[in-house]
Design a protein around this ligand. Sequence first.
Ligand code: IMP
Length: 195
Amino acid sequence: MELIFATNNQHKALEIKSLLGKSMNIKSLSDLNFTDEIPETGKTLEENALQKARFVHQRWGKNCFADDTGLEVDTLNGAPGVLSARYAGEEKNSAANIRKLLKKLEGQNNRKARFRTVIALIIDEKEMLFEGVVEGRILENPKGKDGFGYDPVFKPNEADLSFAQMPLAEKNLISHRARAMKKLTDFLNNYAEDL
Ligand code: IMP
């Protein structure tokens, strides 16, 4: 079965291909020669993931899925959330995003936060959502050099290291994205078997 992943991020596309059996033929937007950005104007991760999946489905009429991720900080009422990539501005600068976040949390004892990934799947005209969450806290100072985005300031409850201090394989065992992808791949592997 062919399935379009609404992303131009080759790293994400490879990751999902390695998780799925051979029964799924995963294509990304670059395989469709589409290099533009799909609009993301929703107020929630769910709305954005659905918006991207519906865009692909309407344009190419194919089974597809899309993901959206946000960092949700309790004392900031869930911010940066859906705005995580552009928290400090349109240029999507991770260092500036982290600086803004740490400033907002200065002197704050409650540093509880979570990463949440939502995947929207459209398959045989049905829409489904899958969610992956990792609970943790925002560190006072960045730690570690690996990873991307907010990894240096996010410490999951399940580990003593920040995401940026962990080898990628270790992060992938507990990350929000891996958890959402696992739910998606479990569903798809069963779905393919039932066909
Ligand atoms: P996206 O929906 O996967 O593009 O993620 C949106 C934004 O959330 C990214 O630009 C990052 O700032 C942040 N983000 C998502 N996943 C991670 C992660 O695993 N570590 C750190 N930051 C992340």
